[in-house]
Design a binder for this molecule. Structure first.
Ligand code: BES
Ligand code: ZN
Length: 626
């Protein structure tokens, strides 16, 4: 059974796509998750013209792909699609426009359906394809929310989630991180609503029902994003702000007040922010992730609105992707650790300044614990930062390795070469590979050239490769530690042994991370009375801190503390972010007695979940309708 976070889900779905490649053919630089023939044609610019139809739950209109031919012999462009209805394709070349032939290939459960478009040699080396199409209500990228699932409960909403391979379910395109394109869009919506995109949003745009966007920086397809809803805007700083429903605007402005400072800090450390504005879009609880780094406009879960700014590391993370991910992109999803591990590392560097080193130590201890837990369940060959994804068992690939082991590798390098040298290395890396993609091998070569091959270097290439290709952690891996968390763990033991009373534990002075560690450190055989006292004393079942609630309800389910099951179900209905609910369902399903109950609760709650989350949890707890 899978207990990992939703972050793993796209990989989980994807890996099966590659299962029939023979071992010897494996090419680490190839993207196995696209049908597009990118060695023959590449897209340079995308122009969208879309109507947003809430009644039918479809986007309808045109996508124009401006393409270049790389292979003079090639006579068809292959695009990625999923659940799209294509009604016509026009070829525009040399000042002429004409209809051209197209056909759909065999649908694949993970990759979608290839769309083959005829492009005769006479079309020349540069041409446009104008594709008339519409999406289906089943689009895996789009969630269409009825008013009841929004904060205001009066207006519908739709938002996209393109990473990793979902862009193809709302736009026919070359859906691979290997291709970057600029884009522009015209979007028509009901007049009362506002459309925003991963582009040049105008914070004060009048609500006309027709919105124009431009994205002059070239981006990979997984960063294409759109949302339409009753959004309003408030500034956070000079170049930063937040969009959300009016009901959440004040709370968002309070919670994310540090965003401008984070932006300036990141620029000072890693070079200029290349994207213009940086805004946040706070979505309803069904947004499946903590955040998504859509350029210029990170999409954010409302579960960060704890009221005390304690969960803003997610914003630091999405902002950090402006460098690691958006400016320099993983070449394929197998190199995902370059996006997520590096971003987790930068996130921690930003948190160190916004909070302090004690906070970073705490977060690293928690992430280390999660990593070690995952090593227990992930097969060795999938524990590499850059595993072979060709014949991966979908159940074996998981995101915590990319995030947590990736971060730890960079901490290791920082410690080995010193902060100054390592910061300079990262800044040079972003400059060197800006607007491009990087494989794990290119990263290692660059690391080698800049640091490993220095005289007296503290790390060898072989040591670095043990991280990228080896299982588990190398013997000399850093072990995060935190005095605050050691103290919290000691308190948990003392509380269990009756040597300290609950009232004597200064939880009010603790960070949420310390409270989380306390809960995780309670011995397995803790009495029900103690659980009840803890729940009552710390109001755990009612906490508005989503991470504490997650930790608590995992324990409630694992220990079968049934007194709190009603609150546990309320938690499963309050949040839709995979990380917050998936492990709670899994703990219920795995405690030996509540598998059926987990499925019942899931059936009651799933209507509000995002399709990606619903499919993930359904698969995990054996509800195949999921
Ligand atoms: N890019 C990811 C979300 C993602 C990963 C979507 C893989 C689809 C496939 C985003 O930046 C992210 O990492 N979100 C985390 C934030 C956390 C680690 C601070 C999340 O949602 O929990
Ligand atoms: Zn990320």
């Amino acid at each position: 059974m899978q207990t990992r976070f939703l972050i793993a889900c796209p990989f989980l779905l994807l890996a099966s796509a590659c299962s029939n490649e023979s071992v010897d053919d494996y090419d680490p630089a190839r993207d196995y998750f696209t049908f597009a023939n990118t060695d023959a044609f590449v897209t340079g610019h995308l122009s969208l013209d879309l109507d947003v139809d809430f009644e039918r739950e479809v986007l309808r209109g045109y996508a124009m792909l401006s393409m270049r031919r790389l292979d003079a012999e090639a006579s068809e462009v292959i695009l990625d699609t999923r659940d799209l209805s294509v009604s016509s394709v026009a070829l525009v070349a040399g000042g002429r426009s004409s209809e051209t032939g197209f056909r759909s290939g065999e649908p694949h459960p993970v990759l979608g359906t290839p769309l083959h478009v005829d492009v005769p040699a006479g079309a020349g080396d540069a041409f446009d394809l104008v594709i008339e199409y519409r999406t289906s209500p089943e689009s895996t990228a789009l969630q269409w929310l009825p008013p009841e699932l929004t904060a205001g409960r009066k207006h519908p909403m739709v938002f996209s989630q393109s990473q990793a391979v979902h862009a193809r379910s709302w736009i026919p395109l070359q859906d691979t991180p290997a291709v970057r394109m600029t884009y522009e869009a015209t979007v028509r919506t009901p007049e009362t609503l506002l459309a925003v995109m991963s582009a040049d949003n105008d914070p004060l745009a009048p609500r006309t029902g027709e919105y124009r966007f431009e994205m002059p920086q070239p981006i990979p397809s997984y960063l294409l994003a759109i949302a339409v809803g009753n959004f309003y805007f408030a500034p956070l700083g000079e170049d930063t702000g937040v969009y959300t429903e009016p009901e959440l605007l004040d709370a968002s402005v309070y919670e994310f007040a540090d965003t401008q400072a984070m932006l300036e800090l990141a620029e000072a450390m890693y070079g200029p922010y290349e994207w213009g504005r940086y805004d946040l879009l706070v979505l309803p609880p069904s947004f499946p992730y903590g955040g998504m780094e859509n350029p210029r406009l990170s999409f954010i879960t409302p579960s960060l609105l704890a009221g005390d700014r304690s969960l803003v590391s997610v914003v630091a993370h999405e902002l950090a992707h402006s460098w690691s991910g958006n400016l320099v992109t993983n070449a394929t999803w197998r190199d995902g650790w370059l996006n997520e591990g590096m971003t987790s590392y930068i996130e921690s560097r930003l948190m160190e300044v916004i909070y302090d080193t004690a906070r970073v130590d705490e977060e690293r201890v928690l992430m280390y614990r999660e990593l070690l837990l995952d090593f227990d369940s992930v097969p060795e060959r999938m524990q590499a930062l850059a595993p072979r994804l060709d014949d991966a068992n979908p159940d074996d690939f998981q995101g915590t390795i990319h995030y947590n082991k990736g971060q730890l590798f960079l901490v290791y390098l920082e410690e080995a070469f010193g902060r100054e040298a390592f910061d300079a290395f990262l800044e040079a890396y972003f400059e060197e590979f800006a607007w491009g993609t990087v494989t794990t091998e290119q990263f290692l070569d660059f690391l080698d050239a800049r640091l490993l091959s220095r005289e007296g270097a503290a790390v060898t290439r072989a040591q670095a490769e043990a991280w990228t290709y080896g299982p588990g952690l190398p013997d000399d891996a850093p072990i995060p530690s935190s005095e605050n968390l050691d103290n919290a763990a000691a308190m948990a033991r003392a509380f269990a042994e009756d040597s300290v009373a609950l009232g004597e534990i200064p939880v009010g002075a603790w960070s949420p991370q310390a409270a989380i560690h306390f809960i995780n450190s309670l011995p397995a055989e803790l009495s029900r009375d103690k659980l009840a006292a803890l729940d009552a004393g710390w109001s755990l079942s009612e906490t508005h801190n989503a991470e504490i609630a997650r930790t608590w309800f995992i324990q409630v389910a694992t220990r079968r503390y049934t007194d709190a099951y009603e609150s546990l179900e309320a938690h499963l209905n309050r949040y839709g972010r995979g990380r917050l609910i998936g492990p709670v369902y899994a703990a219920l399903a795995e405690n030996g007695q509540d598998a059926a109950l987990a499925r019942e609760m899931f059936r009651r709650a799933r209507g509000a979940y995002h399709p990606i989350v619903a499919a993930w949890i359904g698969g995990m707890i054996g509800d195949d309708a999921g």
